[in-house]
Structures are given as C-alpha cells and as structure tokens.
Design a protein around this ligand. Structure first.
Ligand code: IVH
Length: 715
C-alpha cells in the first residue's frame, strides 16, 4: 500500500486509497469472523484503520458509504440477534455491612427452618466489576454466548466471546474460556463475568488516544463496549478476561455443592477466582471480606464487593428465587468512592408519576474513574438532613446551592451527596425552599402525609408527566416501537400529534387522511414515515405483561408486571379483578396480595390506576386499539397445580410456610391466605382449624403435607 504522507495526497489518490482500504479492512473482518486464521496481524489492522481515519479527516467529502470507521462506531444493541435464556440470568440483592450479613444468614435459617445452631456453609468470592456472560456448550462444543440483557433475553455475542477463547492472557497457559470441553455434560451453560485488567485497560486507552478514538471511563465500560461490539475484529484486539462463577441449564448436575461445581468448571478449563473460600457462617464470611478488601488494590482488576452463596446445592434449590434475585446469595458491597465538589444549583425534575425529584447540578468531578456532574437529592427531607424515618443524616446538615459537597457513587447507582462542608458555605447562602408548585405546569405540588415525595397534581395536563409517560410507553421493555424513541415521542407531543399513548395508534390514519404530514417534517421522508406506521401496526399485537408495564403505574415495574399478568393471564381477567377490587371485594384484594412480590403499596397503586377516572379512560382508549396476547403460567410443564388457588393451613413439618408458598407459586399456583368458593385445594397440617372446616363445608379438596409433597413430586 502507498505510504505517501496524507498531507501530500491528491484527491484522486485519496479516493483510490480509501476504496483500497475499505476492501482490505472488509477482507480482514471476514477472515476474523469466519475463520480461525486472521488475514493480518492486529497491529497491521490498526495501522490500516488509522490511515483510513486520517485520510477521511483530510477529505471528509470522500468518506465512503461503506467506510470502515462507520462500521466500528455503529450502535451495537440494534445489531445483535436475541437469545432467550433457558434459565433466567439473575442479579443479586445487596448488603452493606456486617449486620446485613447476619440477617442474611438468619433469613435463610428461618426459611429453611434450620434453627440457630445447625451447620450452614457459604462460599465467599470477589464480586467482579464487569458484565455477565452466559456460554452454552453442547456435546462439549461452545455453541453460543449471550449477554444478560434483561435477564430473560440477552444478545448473541458468540463471535465476540470466541475471541476470548482464542487468547491466552499473559502469565496463563490456557485461554480463560475453553472452546472445547472434555467430559462435560451434554448441555452445559457456564456463567461468569467478562472483565478487563487494569494494565490492559491502561494500554487500550493509550492506543485509543494515539488513534484519536474515544477513551473509556473505566475497565467495566471498556469490557462492555468491547464485548458488545458489532465488529468482532475490534473485540479481538481488546484483551477481555473471564471468571466463571455460576451456571444455567445443565443436562446433569455438576456437584452437590457450589464449591464442587466451581471446581469442576475449573477442571473443564474455565478460570475461577482464586479468592473463592468456604466459610462456616457470618464470622468467617466477614473475615474473608476483610481479607479480600485488603487485597483489592493489588488484584489488578476491579471488584466491587464479595458474593456469598449457600454452599449446599440442594439447599439452594429449596431456597429458590424472588422475582429477580436468588434467596441463597447476596452481594456484600465495598463502601462507595467519594469526592468533593461544588454544588452549583438545585433543579427539579418531574417524573411520569408526577414526583418532583430534586437534582444537584455539580461542578464535574471524577469519582472512581467516572465524571459526575449530577447527583440525586431524593426529596425535601433529604435536602433538609433527614432520612425516610425522620432520623438525622449528615449530622443533620442541610444542603444549599453554592455548598461544597462530598459525592459518592456505588456501582451503577445515581451519585448521591454524602456530606456538606459547612466551613466552606458561602456567607448569606439561603436555605433551599422546596417548591409547592410544579415547575412544569404550575399545578400545586402536594406532599401527602406519610409520603416523602412532593407530587404534581396536574395529572395528564402536566406536560412533563405526559411526556415522561409517553417515553416510558415506547421504552424497550414496553412497546419498543422501531423508529419511535424518546426523542420522537417528545417531538410528537410538542407538535400536538401525540398527547397520550392511544394517539400513537391513530397516527397513521390521521396522516393518511391528510390531517398532518409527517413526511414533510424535517428528518422524515415518505419512506421513514411509512416504516414507522408499519412498526406501529406490528405492535397492535402485544403481550399482556408489556401492556401492563407500559402504563407506567407507580410501583408496577417490569418484574411486577410479569408476576401480575402471569397470575391473571388475560387482560379481561385483570380488568374484572381490578373493578372488583375497586368495589372493595375482599377476595380480589386477597388474590392480588397473595401474589409473591405484590405488597400492599403496589396493590393499592394498581387498583387506583384502574379505578374510574381520566387515567382509566386513557387505558381503555389505548386497549381498544390492541390485541393483547394472554400470559402463560410460569415453569409449569406437567404441574398439577398450575392456575389453581391453593391455601396452606396448620403446621407444616417438612418445610416452612414461606418455602411452601414459593414452591407452589413456582409451579404456577396462586397461594391465598383465606378459603373461599374459589379455592381449589387446601393443604392442611396438624392443628388446622376454621379454614379446614370452611373448606369441608364448601366441598373443597383437602390434603395433608405428605399428600402435597406427593402431588408435586419430581417437579
Ligand atoms: S452470582 C444467580 N457471583 O454481579 C446469581 N455474580 O449484581 C448469579 N457478579 O449479575 C450471580 N461477580 O454479573 C455472582 N462472583 C460473582 C459475581 C457476580 C460479579 C455480577 C453478575 C451479577 C451481578 C449482580
């Protein structure tokens, strides 16, 4: 290739060279993707890419539609195929101090009915600060790799994961991930964390600077950006590492214990973390935490806590899961990193439920490798110096505009203010007065008794609430309409085209009847407008859970929507139940509250959203445009209790009440606290009283604990 200085190139030469570079890089990519043998070395590849970028910078007009620089920068999430996880990928609940760990152990003992002294072992291991990856092997061969995504569906990143399996890191003899495994179960899904070492991260950023490419804020972002790359040739040049710590689907168990299973993964060729230890209770767990914390700075990679897991896998099985986290594991987080900065202003944001959220605008400061310029101030009390229970925080110091504040961030959470330096408070600074009017619509903002939050009372007339609701409605876990994101929906709102979700479904009709002309608006042509209408049409058929989540009802998030819709299974059934609950029918309240994960607050919020009024009208208008697909009961292949209403009463001797309830729900049953004509089955232990009598009067099938265990045996 001609290596004439870029400054000396004529336009014709530049054009020819760009074509040549596009061809060479495309060829290199094909070789990287499709074959084991790369066509050119990493450094040659880098040099070609860099020359291409330099020529493009000097002759921007000559940039080709198939420019190699564009291919690298494309938004990754659009481009990956989806993978449905056979076994969901969960997250972990968090603990912050020793008391939380003692409670974790107590909770587990209570759930299992173990008492205070029975032995109970845990593993303790570092919590790696990267991103999780699931690797599926069939007959010992790596067949696909997927990110966690929303836990149920992830992105297929197989080609990129293979690059990890093809690199031997410095100081190691084998890659962190094996491509082929000897002696593995037929189906083996290995889960763990992809991460980047400090040294590799520093090298990568040096290379990025040299190529005038963007630098990464921290190793986790670099690892995530590298794994979720459409161009796997780029991933190949990013030195990613992997620690295995869990598994998904298995055709045969790996071991009886967590430790044994992890050791087997190690035998199969996976890297496991050398600081994984077996502990016999909270004291040992906390001692190992201290040890890991002391070693943290010298590890050479980022960790953000210690994960504890019940070692006995049969106990893990009994403990099972809450909606998104296992009961048998917890993450003990390290204290957050801190930095001081200047608080320039306090601004109020109005959310989709009308909550007024105060936000601190900060002079940008680096905290733990990330530039922070905003921090949440939560609510009025938090600014005043009180927590949710009315206890003093920060020694009771209030927060004012102009203050010198200490901010912190832990993991992905929004930064918070930890402290205020009163010695630096500007003279004459004023106490912050929380607004009693919505800054967006001027409606009164009311703080109800017992609530920490001020809420705008404007409802749908408040533009901020309406826009936030619309943004939520088109979000990824809700309607996810291609071509209709937060930006577009905000613009449509300002234009007066879409005021509420149902308007989206009449857009096409209104435009085609000539009412408004989307295609003449900036950014829209006839083709893109028609594509949008087509995408909207496609979303008229939509799963039940997505519809419920899309409504943006307070406290009803994605997981809750799944739980609720699985329970009611169809939209009409939910509406009937909500109408009955609004009319104060106790059985419906019992049913709703009987769903594991639905508490009092959520239940009330749900019923209120469906109570007669403008919000319900808006919901009905929307659903008139939709065909809502029924939900399925979870995990119920062959379950004799799927969809049945079960009541437990009396003393259970082989399991705790909590365990019985969780198990029944996992098998698709609804567990209720009271017997009614709707009850299908009563499980009665010794000492059963009025409930057993009522069931007998109503002719409801009644069995004992052994009968129940027989009924669900093997499921
Ligand atoms: S166990 C079912 N172990 O932390 C439990 N997770 O905050 C599966 N993580 O999503 C997770 N190190 O990405 C586990 N040693 C470790 C971990 C670990 C990092 C990540 C993982 C998980 C997240 C939860």
């Amino acid at each position: 290739m001609d290596n004439k200085a870029v400054e000396a190139l004529t336009e014709a030469e530049a054009k020819a060279e760009l074509a040549q570079l596009a061809g060479a890089l495309a060829q290199a990519n094909i070789l990287y993707h499709g074959q084991d043998a790369p066509g050119i070395s990493d450094s040659e590849y880098d040099a070609l890419k860099q020359r291409n970028a330099l020529i493009e910078a000097r002759f921007p007009k000559l940039k080709r539609p198939d420019s190699p620089s564009e291919q690298v920068g494309a938004a990754p999430s659009e481009g990956f195929a989806k993978v449905t996880h056979v076994v969901r990928m969960l997250s972990l609940s968090n603990a912050f101090d020793g008391d939380d760990i003692i409670e974790f152990d107590e909770r587990i003992r209570r759930y299992l009915g173990l008492g205070d002294v029975a032995p109970l072992e845990y593993t303790a291991e570092p919590k790696i600060d990267g991103l999780s990856l699931s690797l599926r092997y069939e007959a010992g061969k790596l067949i696909h790799a997927a990110t966690r995504g929303d836990g149920a569906v992830g992105e297929n990143v197989t080609t990129n994961a293979r690059t990890i399996a093809e690199r031997v890191a410095e100081g190691r003899k084998l890659p962190d991930i094996p491509l082929l495994i000897d002696g593995a179960p037929d189906v083996l899904e290995v889960r763990g964390e992809v991460y980047m070492s400090h040294a590799d991260f520093a090298d990568l950023n040096t290379r990025q600077v040299a190529r005038s490419d963007k630098q990464f804020a921290n190793p986790r972002n670099a690892a995530a950006g590298s794994l979720r790359q459409l161009d796997s040739a780029v991933t190949r040049r990013r030195p990613l590492r992997f620690f295995a710590y869990a598994w998904g689907e298995l055709s045969a168990p790996l071991s009886d214990t967590q430790m044994g299973a992890i050791e087997r993964l190690n035998d199969f060729g996976f890297q496991i973390n050398p600081l994984t230890a077996l502990c016999d209770g909270p004291a040992g767990m906390l001692a190992h935490y201290d040890k890991i914390e002391q070693l943290r700075a010298a590890l050479g990679y980022d960790i953000d806590g210690v994960v504890y897991k019940v070692n006995d896998l049969s106990l893990q099985g009994r403990l099972g899961f809450r909606s998104t986290t296992p009961r048998w594991a917890i993450a003990h987080k390290f204290p957050a990193e801190l930095a001081w900065t200047h608080l320039e202003a306090i601004e109020i944001q109005v959310g989709r439920t009308g909550a007024l959220s105060p936000v601190a605008r900060l002079q940008p400061v680096t905290v733990g490798g990330v530039v922070v310029s905003n921090a949440t101030l939560h609510n009025q009390d938090y600014i005043t110096g009180l927590d949710s229970k009315g206890q003093e925080i920060r020694g009771g110091k209030d927060i004012r505009e102009g203050d010198w504040v200490q901010v912190y961030r832990a993991g992905d959470v929004i930064p918070k203010v930890a402290n205020v330096d009163l010695s630096k408070r500007p003279e004459g600074s004023a106490v912050y007065v929380f607004p009693d009017k919505c800054p967006e619509c001027g409606s009164p903002a009311i703080r109800e008794d017992g609530d920490a939050v001020h809420r705008c009372t404007g409802g749908l007339i408040c533009p901020a609430q309406a826009v936030e609701k619309l943004k939520h409605f088109v979000g990824r876990a809700a309607f996810d309409i291609e071509g209709l994101g937060a930006k577009q929906v905000e613009q449509f709102y300002l234009d007066g085209w879409v005021k509420e979700p149902s308007d989206i479904f009449t857009l096409g009709e209104r435009f085609s009847s000539g009412l408004q002309q989307l295609k003449n608006r900036e950014g829209w042509g006839e083709k893109s407008a028609n594509k949008l209408f087509q995408a909207i049409e496609e979303k008229r058929n939509i799963p039940f859970a997505r519809v419920l989540f899309s409504l943006g009802i307070r406290h009803v998030g994605e997981q809750a929507s799944n739980l609720i819709t699985r329970n009611y299974t169809s939209w009409p059934a939910l509406i009937t139940a909500m109408d009955a609950a609004a009319a104060c029918e106790g059985v419906e309240w019992d049913n709703l509250l009987g769903i594991d994960g639905v508490g009092d607050v959520m239940a009330r919020s749900l019923v209120m959203a469906f109570a007669p009024g403008p919000e319900r009208d808006s919901i009905d208008k929307l659903t008139g445009h939709l065909n809502i697909e029924d939900a399925e009961h979870p995990d119920i292949d062959g379950s004799p209790v799927a969809g049945k209403i079960v009541v437990f009463t009396g003393t259970l001797e082989k399991m705790t009440r909590a365990e019985a309830k969780a198990r029944a729900e996992a098998l698709g049953a609804k567990v209720s606290g009271s017997v009614s004509a709707k009850t299908d089955l009563l499980v009665a232990g010794p000492g059963a009283g009025s409930k057993a009598k009522k069931a007998a009067d109503l002719g409801i099938e009644t069995i004992d604990e052994d009968g129940w265990l027989q009924l669900i045996d093997g499921l």
